[in-house]
Design a binder for this molecule. Structure first.
Ligand code: C2E
Ligand code: MG
Ligand code: MG
Ligand code: MG
Length: 280
């Protein structure tokens, strides 16, 4: 219909907008069904000691095995899940599945490691969030120190609620990391006030680090600041040996990225852990 109004009309753009709205509604409807039909799955990306090369943790990353469109990455559906509030039940599923899986690896006799789970601000800031975490740990039998929650600086918007939640989580014994550190709006003040365990240096600083002195300065400064504040630090998106060497030299404790491994199905993680056990 927009076409009838002539080719110089702004209305020419309307069909795209309609398409976008329709796409969003389709995704929303499908997300609802995906939970019921169990179309979500988790891949796990190893987190490695920069010193020894041993796998010390894994980050759980959601995937959607869509019946028509195949395997979808979070960028293709998480924002819609957040806008519609579906991220809350989806996030609960992620948390339960990751804890259950980690417990299962331990029961297989594999070396105990942390599992890191990404949280959206909406999920983290809910009043009953800590209660839910406690219940999941209880139901799955996973000890709290083997769970790390990754929050972003956007969760700090509600300072009071965030402080409360972080205190409760600390009490529970669960670890908390700030993901994508340095890309959000949080004030350094909160680093001092909030009970945190780890900073994750965002991939954008690690990338091109070797040809951009400004990125090197940012990365080395984040590492030393973290250490002064008694926080651990992990770099994400490590793709080259040169990046690894720089991070090791600056005493970054842990690294994660394609240099070591892409996110893997759970069976492949078990295989790696088994190999690691055999080697040590
Ligand atoms: P993130 O938490 O910062 O996760 C790291 C992302 O970087 C992952 O993308 C991972 O596959 C990718 N990555 C890891 N190493 C490298 C590398 O060396 N090079 C490059 N180019 N990329 C690397 P993925 O799995 O597509 O996830 C994207 C984002 O979606 C995550 O970013 C996280 O913010 C969000 N997300 C993933 N799973 C969940 C979830 O269960 N709940 C929520 N709320 N968000 C999630
Ligand atoms: Mg993350
Ligand atoms: Mg990240
Ligand atoms: Mg990132």
């Amino acid at each position: 219909a927009a076409k009838d109004k002539g080719k110089n009309s702004f209305h020419l753009y309307v069909p795209n907008l309609e398409q976008a709205v329709n796409d969003k509604m389709t995704i929303q409807n499908e997300l609802n069904r995906a939970l019921v039909r169990q179309e979500f799955l988790l891949h796990y990306q190893p987190q490695v000691s920069a010193k020894s090369g041993a796998i010390v943790g894994v980050e759980a990353l959601i995937r959607w095995d869509h019946p028509q469109r195949g395997l979808l990455l979070p960028d293709q559906f998480i924002s819609v899940a957040e806008e519609t509030g579906l991220i809350v039940p989806i996030g609960e599923w992620v948390l339960r599945t990751a804890c259950k899986q980690n417990k299962q690896w331990q029961e297989q006799g594999l070396m105990p490691l942390r599992v890191a789970v990404n949280l959206s601000a909406r999920q983290f800031l809910k009043q009953d969030f800590t209660q839910m975490v406690a219940e999941i740990l209880e139901q799955t039998g996973l000890a709290p120190e083997y769970l790390e929650l990754e929050i972003t600086e956007s969760s700090m918007i509600d300072v009071q609620r965030a402080t409360q939640a972080l205190k409760e989580l600390k009490q529970l014994g669960v670890h908390v990391a700030i993901d994508d550190f340095g890309t959000g709006y949080s004030s350094l003040y909160y680093l001092k006030e909030f009970p945190l365990n780890r900073l994750k240096i965002d991939r954008s600083f690690v990338r091109d680090m070797l040809d951009q002195p400004s990125n090197q300065a940012i990365v080395s400064t984040i590492i030393s600041m973290a250490h002064h504040l008694q926080l651990h630090v992990i770099a994400e998106g490590v793709e080259t040996k040169e990046e690894l060497a720089f991070l090791q030299e600056h005493l970054c404790e842990e690294v994660q990225g394609y240099l070591f491994s892409r996110p893997l199905p759970s069976e492949d993680v078990a295989f790696y852990l088994q190999a690691q056990k055999g080697a040590s």
